[in-house]
Design a protein around this ligand. Structure first.
Ligand SMILES: Nc1nc2c(c(=O)[nH]1)N[C@H]1C(S)=C(S)[C@@H](COP(=O)(O)O)O[C@H]1N2
Ligand SMILES: [Mo]
Length: 262
């Protein structure tokens, strides 16, 4: 019998992806294999799914990373550009908002705003670098959203800046390209899918809580995406590249799931 009912609902799909993602985020720890087993997938099952021989650690890592890449594709399909992340009232802002990086707060890069130039490269028509006043002169929006970090905390904050879709248009980006990659002043790097880059809540944040973005939160500019986990939100961005070559990321290359939806 023909039926229009999908195999799984969108919310079931999201739930499956979330669970797989949580498993994968923990794959760095030595207990990852035990967790995997406890959560139901046997190594035999993984071997069958991935076509990998799991006789040693390297092969297990390979299998997990194949599952992670598969998971990226599923999340890409499920990602709905019209679906908005929840927004909150200003009274719900978490104070003080937490700082996080792969180093201590005092080591955050100290960038001179007057010398700052944002570089643009790859599949774009206009590779002219951007000054801070130029970015500030574009349309600004602000939003109060929740930031979720896989290290086990979440917090509500208010970011303001340029809708990223407008910036991509301004530089004549090839909007059919697969990836947007970010290089930061502190050697951090990450990358996102084009659908997320164009999402209406994705902003090039220049302010935090109505003030110029403080050094610890990513001065002079960070990308803020309430649809993605904390590690996908790069601070202190220096270079934006539009590309079809998979760029990876600082944590992603160490095993965190690349799509990283929240
Ligand atoms: N440049 C840079 N961006 C980064 C990081 C970093 O170490 N360097 N850490 C990421 C992680 S894991 C988190 S949770 C958030 C923390 O942002 P916050 O300090 O504004 O809370 O920044 C993300 N972006
Ligand atoms: Mo994080």
């Amino acid at each position: 019998m023909k039926t229009d009912k999908p195999l799984i609902s969108l919310s079931e799909g999201r739930e499956i992806v979330r669970e797989a993602q949580q498993l994968l985020a923990r794959q760095l720890t030595s207990s990852s294999r035990r967790r995997f087993l406890r959560n139901g997938l046997t190594l035999g099952g993984i071997a069958m799914l991935t076509g990998c021989d799991l006789s040693d650690n390297t092969h297990v890592e390979q299998a997990l990373s194949r599952i992670s890449r598969f998971n990226d594709r599923v999340q890409g399909w499920l990602f709905n550009a019209d679906h908005l992340a929840p927004v909150y009232a200003e009274s719900q802002i978490t104070r003080p908002f937490p700082f996080n990086a792969f180093y201590a707060e005092e080591e955050a890069p100290d960038i001179n705003g007057e010398d700052y130039r944002l570089e643009v490269s790859g599949l774009v028509l206009n590779k002219q670098p951007w000054t801070l006043p130029q970015l500030h002169s574009m349309t600004q929006i602000s939003q109060v959203t929740r930031h979720i970090c896989v290290e086990g905390w979440s917090a509500i904050g208010k970011w303001g800046g340029v809708p990223f879709a407008q910036f991509l248009q301004a530089i004549g980006a090839d909007l059919s390209a697969n990836y947007v990659s970010f290089k930061c002043a502190d050697d951090y790097y990450t990358s996102i899918d084009m659908a997320t880059a164009l999402h209406p809540q994705t902003i090039m944040a220049l302010t935090y809580d109505g003030q110029i973005l403080p050094r610890k939160y990513g001065y002079p500019m960070k990308l803020r995406m309430p649809t993605k986990l904390g590690y996908k939100n790069p601070k202190h961005i220096q270079v934006i590249e539009i590309t079809n070559r998979f760029p990876g990321g600082y944590w992603e290359d160490q095993g965190y799931n690349w799509f990283g939806g929240s």
